[in-house]
Ligand binder design. Sequence first.
Ligand code: SF4
Length: 387
Amino acid sequence: MSTAAEPKVYGWCPGALRPMMSGDGLVVRVRAPLGKLCVNQARGVARLSQEFGNGLLDISARANLQMRGIREEAHAELIGALRDLGLIDPDASAEARRNVLLAPFWGPGDDTLAIATDLSAALTAATDLALPGKFGFAVDCGDAPVLQDTAADIRIERSGSTLILRADGSGSGKPVTRHSAAPEALALARWFLKQGGAPEGRGRMHRLIARRGPPEAHTTPVARAGFTAKPGPVPAGTLAALEFGQMPAAALAQLADCGDIRLTPWRMLLVEGAASLPPLPGLIQDATDPRLQVVACTGAPGCLQALSSTRHLARDLAAHIPAGTRLHVSGCAKGCAWPGAAPLTLTATGKNEFSLIRNGTAADQPLKTRLSADALRAAPELLKEGS
Ligand code: SF4
């Protein structure tokens, strides 16, 4: 049951062609083809963010880049410039359908890039496929899956030497090949619609699977594989985390000097081929940095629904969070930055006033109410009391 003011639920995700108004201007979400910006595209996005927006860029939980603070009257010109960079779909429906997330560590021969290329093209062409706005695909074909904890409705994963197509929420799937994976994924999306998975245009695969189970041919078990991303070197380059998933556009331009950039769903960027990265504002490169344990949404004044600012408090409390624990600071009960349960959540109920929820979501029943930001800063042990 929600305990704070009811947040507004839009039921659709903003895109570049369908931006969303926020407290600091339009949010223009760029769905980079195959989750990657080449050097030229990254430099271009950084320049356009400074020219048409407030120079702040977010990375979303679906590995999209959000340009913030875009002036309404500049939107059309911005879209033209992004189109010139190869970052705009033919129309808003195609942009929404091409919701394909790639395992960012893809390498030659693991099939991830080839399947995601086929799937993106097939989704763009499938103009009759009316999927819910948040319906998404994960192509995760490295040696071990890394996206199983990331939201997606249809997954293509590797189990040993076999590629498996799996409906989210099912523990088993159907073997596919490099060439059949994309058409089979589209067939599964059509099955979802035919089975009534999206009444009134909304719905998620895991809810349908909980109601009726997977398709009959989905009998091959898929093992669960836990994965936690950490900043630092990886075989494809170097991973860098962004504080609260945000960075100044200037930092993106400087990162582009180090190589092409892959976007991840973990609020991190992977710079291809880079052995190390320079220190840059907003970048976290130390895997033990306490800021990796806190998440906070945009909050006030950037979000129109926020009841308080969030990130200053989260930054101040980060060093006091016990190792292995996560603190979520949310500007309202919607909980955008961490939709699931967190060990500790502070949900704003007024300006600089929060409720504390333990092992729950931002909308769950609080353990304590009316905690002021100043009181929390002065006595961070308030977070642990009563545990
Ligand atoms: S959770 Fe944060 S970003 Fe989401 S609507 Fe509420 S205040 Fe805005």
